[in-house]
Design a protein around this ligand. Structure first.
Ligand code: AMP
Length: 254
């Protein structure tokens, strides 16, 4: 498994600095947004893209999941405690809470290594706020990647998903099972099912996605930034499609 940056600036926010910031910056850092319904495999693609193009995978879901521990220790802000309630039910966290969290992490937007945003923006209001923030910082998005898969395939992927809490590896009980049931192949962590991968939460998340993402896709499509990618097949096949779709942005050797 690839050794990843600790993303401390992103996960913790505020003044916290990453332990291993990028030392050499490409002349034009990649700044991607990833869109796609829950279960489409965005997180896996974000990691593959991140490893290949050396950009940091910034997931808002990861920030909220990390906040769970803070909350258990009684150290989470009232806003984070509120956000976790929405998350538990599979509902979207209100825009103002998400945007505050993003503003606290705005340093990541100008990181010379670039970024892949996964799970943000999720609404047009969030996309407009991101656009303002990037304009303020004098940077722009490279492209918005939109992964697509039929709904019944999404539900099957989500309900069988198992995640390692330690190294974040993702398995599937039938599609990509671990060698030993319930144990991470990479680090031996105890695999778990995300709370929001329960059948009830999955249903709510799908409805919310449908309601919010249609307008978001139109928003980026009108701006000529949207690239749509079929998410059928293995992670490697989907990644190959992603690289093909991004060819116009890449130097010849990538
Ligand atoms: P994810 O890992 O991206 O599926 O996010 C998990 C959960 O975190 C979502 O179901 C939401 O409850 C919450 N969440 C993450 N990102 C956002 C966002 N940009 N806007 C609203 N809620 C979010």
């Amino acid at each position: 498994m690839v050794q990843r940056n600790d993303r401390a600036s992103w996960i913790t926010g505020g003044r916290v600095r990453c332990s291993d910031p990028p030392r050499t910056a490409p002349p034009k850092p990649f700044r991607f947004v990833l869109l796609g319904a829950p279960g489409v495999g965005k997180g896996t693609q974000a990691d593959l893209i991140g490893d290949h193009f050396r950009v940091c995978h910034l997931s808002t879901g990861d920030v909220f999941r990390a906040a769970k521990q803070l909350s258990a220790d009684g150290n989470a802000s009232p806003n984070l405690v509120k956000a976790l309630e929405y998350m538990r039910k599979g509902e979207l966290v209100p825009d103002e809470i998400v945007l505050e969290l993003i503003r606290e992490r705005s340093r990541c937007m100008t990181c010379c290594g670039g970024f892949i945003l996964d799970g943000f923006p999720r609404t047009v209001a969030q996309a407009e706020a991101l656009s303002e923030l990037l304009k303020e910082k004098g940077v722009s998005l490279t492209a918005v990647l939109n992964y697509q898969l039929p709904e019944e395939r999404l539900v099957a992927r989500l309900s069988g998903r198992r995640v390692c809490p330690d190294c974040r590896a993702v398995f599937h009980i039938s599609g990509h099972p671990p060698r030993k049931e319930g144990v991470c192949d990479h680090c031996g962590g105890s695999l778990y099912q995300r709370e929001d991968d329960s059948p009830e939460s999955i249903r709510v998340r799908m409805q919310q996605y449908e309601a919010n993402t249609g307008p978001l896709i139109r928003y980026y499509s009108h701006r000529g930034q949207l690239i749509t990618i079929e998410a059928e097949g293995s992670p490697e096949e989907i990644f190959q499609r992603t690289r093909d779709a991004l060819r116009q942005y890449l130097p010849a050797n990538q």
